[in-house]
Design a protein around this ligand. Structure first.
Ligand SMILES: [Mg+2]
Length: 234
């Protein structure tokens, strides 16, 4: 096993020599999910409420079931879907608030060390290609990856087998020698069913919320916990 895990499901060590590929999620893994939670939980309900004569709590109350119904589907991540449903220019609003897009602690250091390693480094995100573009414009993301994949290009989110079949056809990898890090445990469940050998989740995807105290998959708080054994730059 490339991962050593303590009883509490905290990852103690990653044996990088047993891995060829690392798959990394974007939001809540490399980037602070506080931006997305604030955007969808406050900014969008505020704007939608303004157009529909509702204050923020009433608008949030109205939109909550709409959002809940789409969770885990590709629509949930689709700017076009929400643009049409809510009659808002979501990408324009997102660009206005782009200053809130931030790295998670140590994410850049981790990426730079992965980049100088032997690993194939691949970003796999459910974010819409336009969201990916806005984020990659705001932060120097693209330079750390051999490939960046939005699940929209496969027409299936990471929660589905179809996604994993499309990914392996697009960018062949050995599932047993692959580590996948994602803050969504539902996504990790799908990766596990598909046969991805090594999975890690994050205990604090959103810096504005307290860290999770228990996770079903092996977890880390910060990347420094697993950086040992990766080459340092210079
Ligand atoms: Mg995520």
């Amino acid at each position: 096993m490339a991962l050593t895990v303590a009883n509490s499901l905290q990852v103690e060590h990653v044996d990088w020599g047993q891995l060829d590929t690392i798959l990394l999620d974007m939001d809540g893994t490399l980037l602070d999910l506080a931006f997305d939670n604030h955007f969808w939980g406050t900014i969008i309900p505020e704007q939608w409420g303004r157009n529909n004569g509702l204050d923020l709590p009433a608008s949030q109350h109205h939109l909550a079931p709409l959002f809940a119904a789409e969770q885990g589907s590709l629509n949930w991540y689709c700017l076009d879907f929400w643009g049409q449903t809510l009659e808002l220019d979501i990408s324009a609003i997102k660009t206005t608030y782009a200053d809130g897009i931030r790295w998670r602690p140590q994410a850049e250091t981790f990426l730079s060390r992965l980049w100088s390693s032997h690993l194939d480094v691949v970003l796999i995100t459910n974010a819409h290609p336009v969201t990916l573009e806005i984020k990659a414009e705001k932060l120097p993301l693209a330079k750390w990856f051999n490939k960046m994949v939005s699940s929209h290009s496969y027409g299936a989110p990471k929660e589905t087998t179809m996604f994993w079949e499309a990914l392996i056809a697009d960018r062949p990898f050995n599932p047993q020698r692959t580590l996948f890090i994602d803050d969504s445990e539902h996504v990790l469940d799908a990766a596990q069913s598909y046969g991805i050998g090594h999975l890690i989740t994050l205990r604090q995807p959103d810096s504005s919320l307290p860290p999770k105290t228990n996770t079903r998959h092996p977890s880390i708080h910060h990347f420094e916990e697993i950086m040992q054994g990766l080459p340092t730059i210079g």
